[in-house]
Design a protein around this ligand. Structure first.
Ligand code: ADP
Length: 578
């Protein structure tokens, strides 16, 4: 029956576990599938995202740059004396004062050199004149070198040609001439109120300013938004496509390839390529890491869930076991109460009726009655103690005393029972007296009696019990040794649990409450000591109480004098049972 119950209990646990584990595993499997799919598509999506990020950075930089250039180059048309053929003297073809005023009112640090150009002369062919303006000195006194001269002329040529024909251009947007990478030029046709080209304004780009003040700045500002968690690992580079991918710029030091994906820069620096990559890993590695992290988190969550459920099921099964043990306890205790009471009544009646005359018999009956009452007292003491322990009301009254006295006094009161059952107890004392201990003598006597009682109950055919007193390290020890049925190793810890009784046939013949050892444990732990057991199945057991000898510091104040527990005297319904 017990086995069947155990089987059902175990199966309930397994069924509960399976009911949770199967859907969980299925969920994990599905997650694994979708995560692996994600792993293969993620690098593509990530690259697309990185490209979009770069394109938005470029958009911002170029729009900003273009707008500044436009403002600076938007010289008023009135500064150009346009007439064709233009009879004006060369130096008067443009109003340099007005142009200077405009340039200094619209400064642009991206331009290292500015210029304006116009056609002049009295007859065909006329002269195209280009005048350079130095933004650093705010003046037209600048002697351009040959490369600058030819770059400016080449860039302005188309627009200048248009001034001769009075034609209206389709667009007046900025145009770029980067034929000479060292002298990159942006030009703007200047149109009058009739939309005719009257002159040209242009600028030479400052490469460093473009990189440091525009590109690098925009990257620095936008990276934390674009890549909130890993912006420190993002490498953005600019390489020169025309010069064999020479590195022009990198936002941070890096090793290996220059970029993973990217865009050529539109509008200006068109021969440059803006690229991006992660510093420590490729997109595939990044995606793999994501996969592993996500799957591990899911697996851990599943494990935690299973663990929680196992704990809950175990707690439930323990609660079931405890309630079963409580039920057994009630039936055991009623039996234990009824048997001695029945004997006491029968022997009492015999004596009352005066049927027994023989003095020896009378003494024997009297002894029976005494023994059985002691057993009852012991049982009731245990039950009362247990209920106090459970409700946290058990108190102790510590005093300095000798363990030997407590043990020998207790043995004396136990003598009759032992003798009746044919037991011999051998008390072994240490060669030198044990140091005094600070204990509650009644409580220790109670614990000792419980151990002795067990030694008697579980001795089987053996009739020999040893009680040993000794000093071990800083502990005084009391060992109660029997040569009885012993305890299996897997049960040795459990026997100290409340209501626990070993469930084998040998023990079943012996009645008990399952409280004795749990009370012993509680009492000894309250003394800052411990109780241990050594046992061999079929050979006997040794229960050892360890009490600290150097306990003067551990004296506890008396908390509730009225609740003093007296081991052999207690009141039940106003009557004193002794
Ligand atoms: P009980 O009233 O059942 O004796 P205890 O708490 O004193 O309760 O003991 C718990 C269980 O430990 C007992 O039911 C018995 O199975 C086992 N046990 C205790 N002492 C001994 C011993 N000396 N030898 C063998 N088994 C013991």
């Amino acid at each position: 029956m017990q086995k069947l119950k155990e089987l059902i209990r175990r199966h309930a646990l397994m069924a509960g576990l399976i009911a949770v584990a199967i859907p969980l595993l299925a969920h994990l499997w599905l997650q694994y599938q979708s995560l692996s799919e994600l792993e293969s598509t993620l690098p593509i999506a990530r690259r697309a995202y990185m490209r979009r990020y770069l394109s938005s950075v470029l958009d911002k930089v170029i729009t900003n740059y273009e707008q500044k250039a436009e403002e600076t180059l938007n010289v008023p048309a009135t500064a150009f004396h346009h007439e064709y053929p233009n009879p004006a003297y060369m130096e008067n073809a443009m109003n340099f004062e007005q142009i200077s005023g405009h340039f200094s009112n619209h400064p642009f640090n991206g331009a290292r050199l500015l210029f304006t150009a116009i056609i002049t002369g009295e007859q065909v062919p006329n002269y195209a004149i280009v005048r350079f303006y130095n933004p650093a000195s705010h003046s037209f006194h600048y002697k351009a070198n040959k490369a600058e001269w030819s770059a400016a002329h080449a860039a302005a040529a188309n627009w200048i040609a248009m001034t001769m024909t009075d034609s209206i251009p389709k667009t007046t947007q900025l145009t770029v001439d980067e034929r000479d990478p060292k002298n990159r030029v942006i030009v703007k046709p200047i149109v009058d109120e009739k939309s005719r080209v009257v002159g040209v304004a242009g600028m030479f780009l400052n490469e460093e300013v473009f990189i440091n003040d525009y590109l690098s700045q925009a990257i620095k500002e936008s990276l934390p938004q674009g890549f909130p968690e890993e912006y420190q690992d993002v490498v953005v580079t600019v390489v020169d496509l025309k010069r064999d991918h020479k590195l022009v710029f990198a936002n941070q030091p890096f090793q290996g390839q220059q970029y993973d994906v990217g865009w050529p820069i539109p509008f200006i620096f068109k021969d440059w390529f803006l690229g991006i990559r992660m510093r420590n890993m490729t997109e595939e590695q990044w995606s793999r890491r994501n996969f592993i992290v996500n799957l591990s988190v899911s697996a851990l969550a599943a494990l935690a869930l299973i663990g929680g459920i196992v704990l809950a099921l175990r707690a439930a099964s323990r609660a079931m076991k405890l309630s079963q043990m409580k039920a057994d306890f009630v039936s055991n205790v009623s039996h234990e109460l009824r048997t001695p009471l029945a004997s006491i009544r029968v022997f009492g009646e015999f004596l009352k009726l005066g049927r027994v005359k023989e003095p020896g018999k009378i003494r024997e009956y009297g002894e029976y009655i005494e023994t059985e009452s002691r057993r009852l007292t012991q049982l009731i003491n245990n039950i009362l103690d247990f209920s106090k322990i459970e409700s946290g009301q058990k108190t102790y009254h510590f005093e300095q005393t000798s363990v030997e006295h407590v043990v020998s006094d207790t043995l004396k009161t136990f003598e009759v029972i032992l003798e009746q059952n044919g037991f011999t107890v051998n008390l072994e004392r240490p060669s030198r007296p044990l140091p005094p201990v600070v204990i509650d003598p009644d409580a220790i006597a109670q614990a000792f009696i419980n151990l002795l009682d067990n030694a008697v109950k579980y001795s089987g055919d053996s009739r020999q019990i040893e009680v040993k007193l000794a000093e071990q390290d800083d502990f005084a020890t009391i060992s109660v040794i029997d040569h009885g049925i012993g305890i299996a190793s897997e049960e040795r810890e459990k026997v100290f649990e409340k209501f626990y009784r070993v469930g084998n046939a040998l023990v079943h013949d012996v009645k008990g409450s399952g409280l004795g050892l749990s009370i012993v444990k509680h009492i000894i732990e309250a003394h800052h000591g411990k109780v241990t057991v050594e046992s061999e199945l079929g050979r006997g057991s040794a229960f050892i109480i360890h009490l600290p000898v150097d306990a003067s510091a551990r004296v506890k104040p008396e908390t509730r004098g009225s609740e003093r527990l007296i081991s052999h005297e207690l009141k039940v319904s106003g009557e004193t049972v002794n």
